[in-house]
Structure formats: C-alpha cells, structure tokens
Write a protein that binds this ligand. Structure first.
Ligand SMILES: [Cu+2]
Length: 302
C-alpha cells in the first residue's frame, strides 16, 4: 500500500513538471491581464520609391509609405485592431509574432487584402516585448513582401517598465533587383561607379530601419545616467549579429555580451544604465553586412 502511495505521489509530481509554473512571472511565459483598452491603427500598403541611401532609389512596397512601417506601440493587455488597406497590385497582409489572435487574423490564408480591398485584423497584445509585423500573404509568399519593404515594429510595453531612452532597430536585407539607381554599382541612371564608392560586395543591400550606412541610418542619442533600452528586430533573409561598441548588456542566457545573434524573424529587447560617453558604432558583425550598410552611430553625451 505504502509503495503504491509513493508511486502515485511520484506520478503526480511528474505530471506537475509538464505544466507551466504558476510562480513563473517571466513576461514571455505569462500573459499580462487584459487592460480593456482597444488601440486602432490604419495601415495602407502601396508601392513607392524609397531612398535607401542618398541616390539609392528602391522600388518599395511598404506600409504607410515608409520602411519600416509605423510603430504599433501598445501596452501589454491591450486589444489591437488594424484596418489594412491594400493599394498595391498584389495581395498582401499584416502578420505578427507573440500575440494571441484567431487564424482569421493570421495574414496567411485568412486576413489577406486583395488589391483595392480593406480587411480588419485583431490581436490581443498580452505579451510584452519587441516584435516584427510583416506581409505573409500566401503560404510561400513571405520573402518578396519582406524584401520589398512590408515590415514594421510592434512594441508592447510591460506595465512595470522603467522610463527609458528607446532605440528601435530593424535589420533588413534589401533586394538588389528592386533598385532604380544605386550609386557605386552603376544600376539604372546612376552612372558608373566613381573610385572609392564601393564599400563592400553587398553594397546598399543590408539596412537598418530601411537605410544604409552611418550617414543615413538612425543616429541614436543618450546622456550619461540615462536608462537606454534597445529594441532590435531582424527581419531579412540572412543571419545577423547586433553589436554596440563600448557597452555590454545581459543576453538572453543571463551572461553579459556586447554582440548578439539574430536570425530572420527574431528580436531582442535589452537595456543598460548609460555610463560611457562618446561616439560609438553599432552594427552587424558580419563583415559583408557591415560593409554593405548595416552600421550606424550611437552618441552618448555627459
Ligand atoms: Cu548581418
């Protein structure tokens, strides 16, 4: 009898181990309670020319005329409604990561806007963090939409988040065939490359927030003593790293790092208390990607 009781207790303990811990307060594992608030956004998909770098004109398709599209910024627990209007020539959608939604809002088989159509998708933003949203029309139609520019950031603030200077970074790989002109590579009417214009084999291909090279990518600013929060999303075709000079932060494994790995469709939110003034590079550490434009400047003043 005693042996049976021990076996039952062991079996119960084993089954408990398969369930989510009720004491785990990690936001990625536990949903935040609903706020009762609804946040509504209008996204219009259209074709437009986008300047990836001075003179580098890209035949883009994007959300609201920019790469990336607008920030969808909400609080954890908010209900999100998006009216998606498609003014482009092909079906497109808006799909996102780490929210709860019905399959009708997935943007793959359902929730897709045909040319001229407006559809509504709804998400429950119950997890905090930084995530991408992007086109996902059709089971295999994702890559073209992403490289055309149909990408954007979803920022979900946790209720206990400390106020911070926030730096948003979207790493994206641009498609060389979509350029109307490209200085240095002699595409279109840009003319032959001048001496010294090449900076790498992947020139103008790798971008930060739709822009290439430090003269054109976001220049981030902070002051000593600021809490600085980085929201980094990788949404292109290739694997990147994200490296900031002169700083380190706690990576997802809890160890300190100054360079994190980001595959396509991954993201990271991290922060530090600023204590190192100066002009610092931030960039992908793959040499061809950095030489191809994935580099910017972070300036810290006293
Ligand atoms: Cu890279």
């Amino acid at each position: 009898m005693k042996r049976i009781l021990v076996a039952v207790v062991i079996a119960l303990l084993a089954s408990c181990g398969n369930k989510p811990s009720t004491t785990d307060s990690t936001p990625q594992k536990n949903e935040y309670p609903k706020t009762g608030q609804t946040k509504t956004f209008d996204l219009t998909i259209s074709a437009f020319d986008w300047e990836v770098a001075p003179g580098a004109i890209y035949h883009a398709i994007g959300y609201n005329g920019a790469i990336p599209g607008p920030r969808i910024e909400v609080n954890a627990g908010d209900h999100v409604v998006i009216h998606l209007k498609n003014e482009a020539a092909e079906p497109h959608s808006v799909h996102t990561h780490v929210v709860r939604f019905p399959s009708s809002s997935d943007g793959v088989m359902y929730g897709v806007a045909k040319p001229g159509e407006t559809v509504t998708v709804e998400w429950e933003a119950v997890f905090a963090g930084t995530f991408p949203y992007h086109d996902h029309a059709g089971m295999h139609g994702e890559a073209d939409g992403l490289s055309a520019g149909l990408i954007g950031p979803l920022i979900v603030h946790a209720p206990d988040e400390a106020p911070a200077v926030e730096n948003l970074v979207m790493l994206e790989d641009m498609d060389l065939t979509r350029y109307a002109s490209l200085r240095g590579l002699g595409i279109g009417d840009a003319g032959p490359p001048d001496a010294g214009e090449y900076r790498g084999g992947h020139q103008y291909m790798h971008t930060i927030n739709g822009r290439a090279y430090e003269e054109w990518t976001p220049r981030f600013h902070a002051k000593v003593g600021d809490r600085v929060r980085w929201r980094v999303i990788s949404i292109g075709r290739e694997f990147h790293t994200f490296h900031v000079h002169g700083h380190r932060w706690k990576g997802q494994d809890g160890a300190f790092t100054d360079n994190i790995n980001l595959g396509p469709g991954t993201y990271s939110t991290f922060e530090w208390l600023e204590d190192n003034p100066g002009e610092w590079l931030y960039h992908c550490h793959v040499p061809e990607h950095m030489e191809g434009g994935m580099v910017g400047i972070y300036e810290v003043t006293q």
